[in-house]
Design a protein around this ligand. Structure first.
Ligand SMILES: CCCCCCC[C@@H](O)CC(=O)SCCNC(=O)CCNC(=O)[C@H](O)C(C)(C)COP(=O)(O)OP(=O)(O)OC[C@H]1O[C@@H](n2cnc3c(N)ncnc32)[C@H](O)[C@@H]1OP(=O)(O)O
Length: 744
């Protein structure tokens, strides 16, 4: 294989005036790197300053034909050192954080200054250097960073409280830089070198020092800095030519609570101590997610009430070894999970998807006292999402810990099965019904059923979650259970609507429960590969739903039955959505495009509406539903009454406008309109299409009983036979929420 070279690469090595730093600088320089040799020229305690050390190394590199410049700043002026690289060579590719000092004292004798100086040079200095270099590396999509720790940091060392604490801090810093840099091809690794340097002189015999020359460490650092080395987030202990990789190891652990209701006592810990510390079948957890997942999994396995045996940990004990990776998600089920919401949550969700008080129907969704206040038809997505957000889902996938920074919402189907109450506790059951292998990622298909307090199904949904980078595991590519998408007709759209999202739309939407940092935290978004936080998929889904609701449902959620779409491209907060709609019977096809980019962000989308007549009226610009409803009512009233007196009696109390349904329906939705005080009930034709004040939902037999007077409204309401929505003040005025009206 060809020798490794660093042509066209610019390296900054701190503390390069001697010892290991000099070794790194010389080797990199001899292999073609342009080197900034940084050294303050102080002593090992951080005192004094001289340009001699750096100049000498620069001369050494130049004398063998290499390119180097000196820099004499402290690492606490990290930006100046990086600027030296930019001024002389135009960019920076490699940063070796090597500078360090010692102020060894036993703990009681360590002064604040001893502590602070060591931290300032090692930990703060490396942070400042790395922070200064990172933006340039990110911009060019390439970087190699080295942090220097020590076995004193890993294991501790007598007389080095300050040094060992700073050194282990460097490992934490390195691991985080590795995570944040991964997306930009910026690798960050840590070395714990064992070298005979100025700092170790006097504590080792000379012949031993000779064996531990920097020349026996520098090749490791050079390899980690080379573009062919793709490892990141590693820790390497090296010295005298020996190189090894370190990692964490933990025992399988013991759950010290017998059940969810059991207390944890010091005695339980004592009694299990041997097992807690037993490294048989030990594990090597590699990330926060794995660690959190393990703990959640153990919690998940905890019994509800005391049993016989303590629950041991996850892994081998609780999972089938044959199913690993994404396929282990198949069939995982959670819930029912309760989600309690109030009218405030309904308003917050509406604001989150951009409803404004300036919209024609804005107050219906924004003002809890408005006469027809109700949730948007897509509101139940937040109930089913709340069920998924708790972490239980992932903890049940015992053999798979996907990188959740790469999770994108792929597709969404929602279907309303009953009116969504303005405030309630809903319970959602979630099941992973399919797992697909799309090559570039895996897709989890999750089915949800959301039930109301009385056990009736309020909505069902289907979520497709796209996990970028989790593909190629040998799973199926297509699904039999996925709700299909639908292409729009091949003609210009029947209607188009433009809705602009706010620059803080995601900040607002997240308050409805999706706190995924992808939508607000720039560094988290960067980990997912985005230049800035992106909008929640369900936010622009909700905005699109509003366009269909206003255009084809007369703004009435009761007419909005189901919606499906694919999230095809991300949307940035502040962008404008262009929603193109096509009406085909009771199906409204749509495509949503980002105006600024011309790219479709929702594709294959459709909304199924319940009532075609209303849509036709809307399209015609009229509001004839109430008129049609009145006819239905007249027919119904006559049928119910058998004689006109009962119909007259009903009419004397209220005008019933049947807004929806037909004579064969067994569930009736009846809309009532309150009138002026002197004329408590409005009678007559619809007043300019004014919305009903109150909507009653009840079974036909109950309507019969109500009209006949055998079922009292108050009792019917309390028993759930009669459901009221809208302005409760009108309900009271109409005496539906009071002791039975004398005339009923
Ligand atoms: C438990 C917690 C629950 C919480 C869930 C929600 C949490 C939220 O906070 C998360 C969000 O809101 S993320 C924001 C909304 N989503 C997005 O912006 C994603 C936009 N889509 C993309 O970027 C790409 O489509 C992308 C990246 C998804 C796919 O692009 P590519 O890899 O380029 O795919 P491509 O080459 O076009 O196609 C490969 C195969 O994948 C299928 N596919 C494409 N897009 C898909 C999508 N969005 N959903 C499902 N499948 C999709 C393609 O059809 C193709 O498969 P096949 O060859 O079999 O047809």
């Amino acid at each position: 294989m060809a020798p490794l070279n660093f042509h066209n690469k610019v390296a900054v090595v701190t503390g390069a005036g001697g010892g290991l730093g000099r070794g790194y600088a010389l080797l990199l320089g001899s292999r073609g790197a342009k080197v900034v040799v940084n050294d303050l020229g102080g002593d090992t305690k951080g005192e004094g300053k001289s340009s001699r050390a750096a100049d000498t190394v620069v001369e050494e590199i130049r004398s063998t034909g290499g390119t180097a410049v000196a820099n004499y700043d402290s690492v606490e002026d990290g930006e100046k050192i990086i600027q030296t690289a930019l001024d002389n060579f135009g960019h920076i590719d490699i940063l070796v954080n090597n500078a360090g000092i010692l102020r060894d004292r036993s703990l009681p004798r360590t002064s604040n200054t001893d502590w602070d100086l060591v931290h300032r040079v090692h930990l703060r200095g490396s942070f400042l250097m790395t922070r200064a270099a990172f933006p340039m590396m990110k911009k060019q999509g390439y970087g190699r960073i080295i942090m220097t720790t020590s076995t004193a940091g890993i294991f501790g060392n007598f007389g080095q409280a300050n040094y060992s604490a700073a050194k282990l801090g460097l490992l934490g810093l390195s691991n985080t830089v590795a995570i944040e840099g991964r997306k930009y091809n910026i690798n960050c690794n840590t070395v714990a070198p064992f070298g005979g340097t100025r700092m170790t002189q006097g504590i080792m015999p000379p012949d031993m020092l000779e064996e531990l020359k920097p020349e026996f460490v520098a090749p490791v650092v050079s390899w980690l800095c080379h573009e062919d080395c793709h490892d990141t987030g590693g820790l390497y202990v090296t010295g005298g030519g020996w190189v090894s990789k370190f990692r964490w190891e933990n025992t399988t652990g013991v759950m010290c609570r017998e059940s969810r209701v059991s207390a944890m006592t010091p005695e339980t810990v004592r009694d299990n101590w041997d097992k807690i510390c037993d490294f048989t079948n030990s594990e090597h957890l590699e990330s926060n997610e794995e660690t959190t997942g393990s703990i959640l999994e153990v919690l998940n396995n905890l019994k509800d009430s005391p049993g016989t045996e303590l629950q041991h940990t996850h892994s081998a004990a609780s999972t089938s070894p044959s199913t690993t990776g994404p396929l282990s998600a198949l069939g995982v089920s959670i819930g029912p999970t309760d989600f309690t919401y109030t009218r405030k949550d309904v308003v917050l969700y509406a604001l989150g998807v951009g409803v404004s008080t300036q919209d024609e129907d804005g107050l219906r969704f924004l003002y809890e006292n408005s006469e027809d206040f109700c949730p948007l038809p897509t509101f139940t997505v937040i109930a089913s999402q709340a069920a998924m957000m708790g972490g239980e889902l992932w903890s049940k996938m015992s053999n798979w810990s996907p990188d959740l920074t790469k999770l994108l919402h792929g597709e969404m189907y929602i279907e309303n099965l009953a009116p969504i109450p303005p405030a309630a506790t809903l319970a959602t059951t979630t099941t992973v019904s399919d797992v697909l292998d799309k090559g570039s990622g895996s897709v989890l298909i999750l089915d949800t059923v959301t039930r109301g307090e009385d056990g009736t199904d309020v909505s069902r949904g289907q979520w497709s979650l796209f996990l970028v980078g989790e593909g190629n595991f040998g799973g199926p590519r297509s699904s039999k259970v996925a709700m299909p998408l639908a292409d729009p007709p091949n003609r210009p759209p029947d209607a188009t609507k433009e809705l602009t999202t706010g620059i803080d739309q995601a900040a607002l939407y997240r308050l409805s429960g999706d706190y995924n940092p992808l939508h607000i935290d720039p560094s988290f978004a960067a980990m997912g590969g985005f230049s800035q936080p992106i909008l929640h998929g369900l936010c622009f889904y909700g905005v699109t739903a509003r366009a269909v609701l206003a255009t084809y449902c007369d703004g009435q959620p009761s007419k909005f039955k189901a919606m499906k779409a694919r999230f095809a491209k991300p949307v940035l907060p502040g962008q404008t959505l262009v929603i193109a709609m096509w009406k085909e019977g009771s199906r409204i096809h749509f495509t949503t495009t980002v105006k600024e980019t011309g790219k479709a962000c929702l594709t294959g989308g459709y909304v199924d509406i319940t009532e075609d007549a209303g849509a036709k009226d809307m399209a015609a610009g009229g509001k004839g539903v109430a008129v049609a409803g009145s006819e239905v009512f007249r027919e119904m009233a006559g049928r119910l009454a058998g004689d006109s007196s009962v119909a007259a009696k009903v009419n004397a109390i209220i005008q019933w406008n049947v807004m929806k349904g037909d004579n064969t329906a067994d569930q009736w939705t009846v809309d009532l309109k309150g009138g002026a005080a002197a004329d408590p009930v409005y009678m007559g034709p619809p007043q300019g299409g004014r919305r009903p004040d109150l909507t009653l939902t009840l079974a036909e037999e109950n309507l019969v009983a109500l009209v006949a007077g055998s079922l009292k409204p108050q009792a019917a309401f309390l028993s759930g036979q009669l459901k009221l929505a809208g302005n409760m003040a009108v309900a009271q005025r109409l005496q539906l929420l009071m002791p039975p009206h004398p005339r009923m």
